[in-house]
Write a protein that binds this ligand. Structure first.
Ligand SMILES: [Ca+2]
Length: 247
């Protein structure tokens, strides 16, 4: 009768420090080498249930491996098995590590400004984030500023499971000056939006003491007119006759 040898466990499995959860559906795992003298390599096992691995990859004689095709939104469990140089003897599974629901980015949306939009006057940088300690805005690579966060947005319940997800930051676009600008939004430091937009000013940061009312023809439909009036608090024009008049 032949007695099979045994392989020492492949040590403690863990994540490589510095790997960011939010960065991607990519995860690098590392483990201490087996203390057996004749280690031939390792098999990394993983799956969605503890100690029930549905996938594996023979990583050869290395002690770290990067999985690049993990699905988002589901938890993964990992363990390592060592095998010997003849590939006939295998160790038991190592300790198990799990990784909670991988996400590529926070569940979040920047609603305004949008990519390619035109901005003028005083506006609201707004959107929603399902869960964050802080929502920050960065314009043209400047300092990140914290937006007000946690206002009720009933329309996000379906996506987020709760409603306290609105964020907003009032901003005078005139401060940026005419031209193209960039805005990035972050939830707990993780970027979830990056848009370029165009600002048009009237030459000053806050225009005072002017008035004007103008008719826009054929809006919102052919044959309809609306009136817009300069509004100093908005630093913009507002519609003053919501009822479209027929010719
Ligand atoms: Ca929430």
């Amino acid at each position: 009768m032949k007695i099979l040898g045994s392989m020492a466990l492949a040590g403690v499995l863990g994540y490589l420090p510095g790997v960011s959860a939010a960065q991607a559906v990519q995860l690098t795992l590392a483990w201490d080498p087996s203390t057996s003298p004749n280690v031939g390599g390792y098999v990394l096992y993983y799956g969605h249930a503890s100690r029930n691995y549905t996938d594996s990859v023979d990583v050869g004689d290395q002690t770290q491996y990067t999985l690049t095709d993990l699905e988002t939104g589901t938890t993964y469990y990992f363990a390592i098995v060592a095998y010997d140089t003849t590939q006939t003897i295998r160790s038991d599974f190592s300790n198990e590590v799990y990784y909670p629901a991988l996400t590529t980015s926070p569940k979040a949306n920047l609603e305004s400004p949008t990519q390619g939009s035109f901005e003028s006057g005083i506006g609201l940088i707004r959107g929603w984030v399902c869960q964050a300690g802080a929502v920050e805005i960065q314009i043209d690579g400047g300092a990140r500023v914290q937006a007000a966060y946690g206002t009720t947005r009933g329309d996000t319940v379906e996506v987020c499971g709760d409603a306290d997800n609105g964020f907003g930051y009032t901003f005078n676009w005139n401060r940026l000056g005419n031209g193209s600008h960039n805005l990035r939004a972050f939830a707990d430091g993780v970027e979830f939006a990056n848009v370029n937009f165009t600002v048009t000013t009237l030459g000053v940061e806050y225009l005072e003491g002017v008035s004007g009312e103008f008719i826009l023809s054929n809006f919102p439909a052919t044959g309809n007119d609306i009136a817009v009036r300069w509004s100093e608090p908005h630093q913009n024009f507002v519609i003053v006759n919501g009822q479209a008049n027929s010719h």
